[in-house]
Design a protein around this ligand. Sequence first.
Ligand SMILES: Nc1cc(CSc2ncc[nH]2)c2nc(N)[nH]c(=O)c2c1
Length: 373
Amino acid sequence: MSQIRFELHANDGAARTGVLKTPRGDIRTPAFMPVGTAATVKALYPEQVRSAGADIILGNTYHLMLRPGADRIHRLGGLHEFMRWDGPILTDSGGFQVWSLAGLRKLTEEGVDFQSHIDGSKYHLSPERAIEIQADLLGADISMQLDECTNFPCTEEDARSSMELSLRWGARCKAAFGARETQALFGIVQGSVFDDLRKESAARTIETGFDGYAIGGLAVGEGLETMCHVLDITVPALPANKPHYLMGVGKPIDLVEAVSRGIDMFDCVMPTRSGRHGQAWSDYGPVNLKRAEFAEDNSPLDPDIDCPASRDYSKAYLHHLVRAGEYLAAMLLSWHNVAYYEHLMARMRAAIREGRFDAFASEFRARWAQGMS
Ligand SMILES: Nc1cc(CSc2ncc[nH]2)c2nc(N)[nH]c(=O)c2c1
């Protein structure tokens, strides 16, 4: 009997809140997962990631198999020990990064051959190897099936053949994963922006049977309106009693719209990457601290957030650090951005519990639109 259980505590329309219980800790949903690509959430100590409110972080099969190597991490005690993160870790299977980063890629039914973007060395990634790396060598609490993130835009024919490949790879990942008590395996629904393909992919991925269901192939340039349409079609086709994970999403407004449509889990490099580029996130959109208007603004980024980076430092100081190119700029802005994202998730969980999510979402949309105007 699996020790990983998803409990739903409240619904409000299509939005829901609950907890995904794992042996390494509970994940409060809707959840945002900071990305720890190369065994670090960039510019943050694990303690800061935890204190910012994150219950779970993401790891990357592609990056870690290239450097320092999955076998080496295994010899050193696994990814949790290696990076001193004692909470749950979800790892992506690598297919997406092979297409977005690697050189010289060759896709066959068996898997994908590619060259490292770091030193050009050659690698092969099959569904079976992706499971071995994630579950056995890295020790991920939640592994993702190997899939193909379908290019966007594409023809319905191309979307179908890509979806079919991901379905076949999903079945092979399930077989390789086997029955595990303390680890979970999530399937990934593809089908691009075609309603019938999305429904078919969801139904056939459920037929294979997974512990959770990700919606892939989005946040690839389709835009918020199209993403929301695909969610309106796909989420109702997923089992209500399993977690729904929207991969690679997104900006704060994307999270609010997707939670309102029944998404439980998110990951995105946005808060950490934009923090390294001098941007702080807020309900009004991104704030570029480089701008001269902040040079003598003694107010903090967000006094409502219980995080030193948000509460104790002035925008004027952050403006100075960004302009000076100081390391502390990236450290404090990454810390604030992760805390802001986690605070937004906590606000949404409370709104759903209290049956006021629609009001919360409407007020958020108004602030976002005001900031964007
Ligand atoms: N937009 C998007 C983002 C990611 C990366 S999620 C991630 N990996 C590491 C960090 N974050 C995807 N990953 C997979 N496997 N499939 C997808 O369709 C897909 C789509």
